[in-house]
Design a protein around this ligand. Structure first.
Ligand code: COA
Length: 440
């Protein structure tokens, strides 16, 4: 794993080499050598990041062929010029997530076997169950990880970071993989010009690691207001409105949105949530070096972050022109591109802030300590990495094969095999004394 820089050592060389979390040089001397690990300070740092988007791009001009809209309207009302969509059926929320997660592990130089927990935030899971996080766990070969999906819509990635931080600070995990992944093109109504112009597909992932170096995710703010649930909703397919011919024919399996209501809510909570995390971390707005906001609409970012918080535009990273609103994936994708663009350095104070369906909102303040230089990727590392991908696939196939063998082998416990064993209540004959209605 890359060395996380200590606040006092910001000017020192970063080439001290990899070391396990919690063993950073300099920290050990500050505590008694025999201090129990539970009493040592713990911090949660982002140490790896990666993103992946599908290859197919739909421009505003192409949308003009699909719905009654135009490039000028979309650009001026949203700031969006194009979006990536998962046109290939093989591109799914899990496949995009796995690609992003592998890049994050590569940056962190941490093998998948070390991950303790995978949190996948998505509104477009592969299935209602099993969790998409479990499919990602299997594909990565993260055989020591717990895995679950998190449903907080566009705020989900920051919710996931808050969960990761909590697990790490509690001492329950050393490495937590947090992923935001979406294939919104599959749930958008391509005849509804008010929604289809907004959304795009993609995934972003970060690896959060425990460390004794002060810094990392310093404060979080999570909020919700379910009274606004109907403002942004996918009505059918859940237990309230199970999928039926009727729900499909009436388009209830598509996103429904009251754009104006969401806009008003978003501009309010983006500013207030940012203020809260800054206050909790002890930072002023002037001290913020970089804001990575949810990429929904440039006017929302302008009204909240720029106008209300008075944070200058050069400190606010925006890439929604290229991707549209990728929901929970938008912040990690923007983070990766901000790093690529040289907008982030160790020592920077960073804010992530988002909002979305629920209604939900979330922000976190980060004291960024991880070096952002691209890690060296020699042939040996690449070969080793490819080998771990193959090993993960082989392991998954092996486990499926073992399950299949168990299914086809005759079950020695099957009824009729052993007449002497005691019958289960279900197999026992219904007693004559059983009341009629129970026997039925
Ligand atoms: N192309 C052209 N015209 C469109 C259009 C489109 N794609 N969509 C709507 N219009 C029309 C409307 O029908 C309306 O026409 P009218 O005045 O004749 O009735 C006009 O444009 C203005 O519509 P309005 O809804 O007032 O636009 P707006 O400025 O509120 O922008 C949104 C609409 C959706 C871009 C904006 O409300 C928004 O971004 N809301 C937040 C949505 C969001 O972020 N959702 C995700 C949350 S995570």
């Amino acid at each position: 794993m890359a060395e996380i820089k200590q606040p006092s050592a910001m000017t020192q060389s970063t080439t001290n080499g990899a070391h396990p979390p919690g063993s950073e040089p300099g920290i050990a001397a500050e505590r008694p050598p025999d201090a129990p690990s539970a009493h040592r300070p713990r911090y949660a740092h982002i140490v790896g990041w990666g993103h992946h988007v599908p290859g197919k791009v739909i421009t505003n001009q192409e949308l003009e062929q699909i719905v009654d809209t135009n490039d000028e309207w979309i650009r001026s009302r949203t700031g969006i010029a194009e979006r990536h969509v998962a046109a290939d059926p093989k591109e799914t929320s899990a496949s995009l997530a796995v690609a992003a997660a592998r890049k994050a592990l590569e940056v962190a130089d941490v093998p998948a076997s070390k991950i303790d927990l995978i949190i996948c935030s998505t509104t477009t899971p592969e299935h209602i169950f099993p969790a998409t996080a479990c499919l990602i766990q299997d594909a990565l070969g993260a055989h020591n990880a717990g895995a679950f999906d998190l449903s907080a819509a566009c705020s989900g990635f920051v919710y996931g970071l808050a969960m990761a931080r909590g697990h790490i600070l509690a001492g329950d995990a050393e490495y937590v993989l947090v992923i935001g992944t979406e294939t919104l093109s599959r749930i958008v109504d391509w005849t509804d010009r008010e929604t289809c112009i907004l959304f795009g597909d993609g995934a972003g992932a970060v690896l959060v690691a425990a460390s004794e170096v002060p810094g990392g995710i310093m404060s979080v703010d999570l909020g919700s207001d379910g009274s606004g649930g109907n403002n942004l909703i996918l009505p059918a397919g859940g237990s309230a409105m199970p999928t039926s011919l009727e729900t499909v024919s009436s388009g209830m399996h598509y996103v429904k949105m009251d754009g104006k209501a969401v806009f008003r809510f978003a501009t309010r909570v983006m500013a207030s949530s940012t203020r809260k995390v800054l206050e909790r971390a002890g930072y002023t707005t002037d001290e913020v070096d970089l804001v990575v906001p949810h990429q929904a609409n440039i006017r929302i970012i302008q009204n909240s972050v720029l106008n209300q918080l008075k944070i200058p535009a050069e400190k606010v990273f925006v890439n929604l022109e290229k991707y549209g609103n990728t929901s929970t994936a938008s912040i990690p994708i923007a983070l990766c591109e901000a790093i690529e663009a040289g907008k982030l350095e160790p020592g920077y104070k960073v804010v992530f802030v988002g909002f979305g369906a629920g209604l939900t909102w979330a922000a976190c303040a980060i004291d960024w300590r991880t070096p952002v230089e691209k890690p060296e990727t020699g042939w040996w590392k690449n070969t080793r990495r490819q080998a771990t991908y193959s090993a993960a696939a082989a392991r998954s196939m092996w486990r499926r094969a073992v399950r299949w063998v168990y299914e086809v082998l005759p079950d020695p416990e099957a009824p009729g095999r052993d007449e002497s064993r005691e019958k289960t209540p279900a197999e026992a004959p219904v007693k004559e004394s059983t009341p009629e209605r129970v026997r039925e």
